[in-house]
Design a protein around this ligand. Structure first.
Ligand code: UD1
Ligand code: MG
Length: 488
């Protein structure tokens, strides 16, 4: 089967600098969703793979495709065809003719209809195979909508057979009342499609070559037209404006929330979770409101995530507690650890079990062994931290000399007093204690107290007295001079 995805339109109604098909749903461009579904139909495809018609913002779309292929080689089969001027959906499909295998039917998908399922498309292609023999039926995906505004309407004869599709802008008021709409998704017999596309005329309200006009041509040619509807309405929603995008996002997120809840996850509010990628959860995970999950995230059984956390590309172990407002990115967190509130785990943070990372603590590219703690206001970067280490408030690993990054090694059972700076590269030996306020520039030996600290002194001293401005003006010269001296 040939698969063509129309994605050259500007999407004027979005009022955006970005081509419409690159607007994101669940963190991925609309076109990504369509391509993923198209590729899932792979078994039935010809060698060429899905053909994307690009035009408006073609370079942006190409850049997106290149980046996507780099991240996921299954997208490598995708090819593009340029529609230099956007003269309508029929004109867009016309650009792909030389690439289509005439022996196979052609499935047309729209880059702005992102959530059609594989199941629905399989149903549609089967319908096109039809009893009339391969390559002879035209299958249309339609939908009954309570509010059909903006869509092309399916016009039927009295006997129920499809006569034509009429676009909203060309429709009479009677036709506008039709609730069965054209989703744009169809399977066409390729050999006759070529003839139809060449015969299209742009004599309509928008002056465009409408793909939808081939329906009336098929009727004339006696090609059977069969229709089917998707299981769910959201599968057929086309995105033309920002409000449509926002409401489809909520539908998508609610679907994910339901899948999670069915798998044994508790959500404080299924309407207030956002998954932009994949979230895998063990049993009895609890997720409070306002959390965002990006990329691939795993939460093992019993883990609790408090309100307003962002977790991206991370693996969180069993029974972990992530307190509110934490930011976890590219991290591994071992079982029973406690993170946050207001913690920041950056890429390469690799925590073993029972690790505590408290408020305003940032960990980057560091391995922290079990039962170690950094509970308040610290920066641990490019470090290897042993077990049972206590990192006091205000501790900073000074990993960057302005040019290069250096490593800090803190061995097991070390106690680091508050407000300590470890100037890397540096090593703190097993069981060592660093006194509060130490600036460590050389290795600290094991089991000893190392401290760098200015000697404490106490002096007799008179705290200056504040001079009241209005009074000083009237002050006798001598007194004023004395108070100036005191100030110095
Ligand atoms: C289209 C259908 C309409 C249907 C609706 C479903 C036509 C004429 N109308 O209308 O019947 O109800 O989709 O969502 O087909 N595109 C190109 N090149 C162009 C024009 C469009 O590639 O010259 C692409 C767009 O990028 C988009 C898709 O085709 O992905 C649909 O175009 P759009 O302008 O959104 O058509 P609608 O007005 O939504
Ligand atoms: Mg559209």
């Amino acid at each position: 089967m040939n698969i063509v995805i129309l994605a050259a339109g500007q999407g004027k109604r979005m009022k955006s600098a970005l081509p419409k098909v690159l607007q994101t749903l669940a963190g991925k461009p609309l076109l990504w969703h369509v391509l993923r579904t198209a590729l899932s139909l792979q078994g039935k495809q010809t060698k060429t793979g899905p053909i994307v018609v690009i035009g408006h913002g073609a370079n942006d779309v190409k850049e997106f495709l290149a980046a996507t292929i780099q991240a996921d080689s299954t997208f490598a089969k995708v090819t593009t065809v340029l529609q230099a001027e956007q003269k309508g959906t029929g004109h867009a499909l016309l650009q792909t003719l030389s690439k289509l295998d005439v022996r196979e039917p052609t499935l047309v998908l729209y880059g702005d209809v992102p959530l059609t399922t594989k199941k629905t498309l399989a149903k549609l292609t089967k319908l096109a195979d039809g009893v009339h023999g391969q390559d002879s039926a035209l299958a249309l995906l339609t939908q009954n909508l309570s509010n059909p505004t903006g869509y092309g309407r399916i016009v039927r004869e009295a006997d129920g057979s499809v006569r034509s599709i009429v676009e909203e802008k060309d429709a009479t008021s009677v036709q506008k009342a039709i609730q069965e709409i054209n989703t744009g998704i169809m399977v066409l017999p390729t050999n006759t499609l070529k003839k139809w596309l060449k015969a299209l005329r742009a004599s309509n309200a928008q002056g465009e070559y409408y793909l939808t006009d081939v329906i009336a041509m098929a009727v004339m040619d006696g090609v059977p037209i069969r229709t089917v509807q998707a299981d769910a309405e959201y599968e057929t929603i086309g995105i033309n404006s920002r409000d449509q995008l926002a409401s489809l996002e909520r539908v998508y997120q609610l679907n994910i929330a339901n899948v999670l809840m069915n798998a044994g996850v508790s959500l404080a509010d299924p309407a207030r979770i956002d998954v932009r990628g994949t979230l895998e959860c063990g049993r009895d995970v609890f997720i409070d409101i306002g959390c965002v999950f990006e990329g691939c995230v795993t939460l093992a059984a019993g883990t609790k995530v408090a309100p307003y956390c962002l977790i991206r590309n991370s693996v969180i172990g069993k029974d972990v507690v992530i307190h509110a407002f934490s930011h976890v990115d590219g991290a591994k967190v071992g079982a029973n650890s406690i993170i946050g509130p207001y913690a920041r785990l950056r890429p390469g943070a690799d925590l073993a079990s029972d690790v505590h990372i408290g408020n305003f603590v940032e960990v980057k590219n560091s391995k922290i062994a079990s039962k170690s703690k950094a509970n308040h206001l610290a920066y641990v970067g490019d470090s290897i931290v042993g077990s049972r280490v206590n990192i006091g408030a205000g501790t900073i690993t000074c990993n960057y000399d302005g040019v290069n990054k250096h490593q800090t090694i803190i061995e097991d059972d070390v106690f680091i007093g508050s407000d300590t700076q470890l100037v890397a590269p540096v090593r703190v030996g097993r069981g060592a204690t660093l006194g509060a306020g130490t600036t460590l520039t050389k290795d600290a030996p094991p089991n000893q107290l190392t401290v760098t600290r200015a000697k404490q002194i106490s002096l007799q001293w008179q705290r200056p007295v504040k001079i009241e401005k209005s009074v000083s003006k009237k002050m006798p010269k001598k007194l004023a001079a004395e108070s100036v001296k005191a100030k110095k």
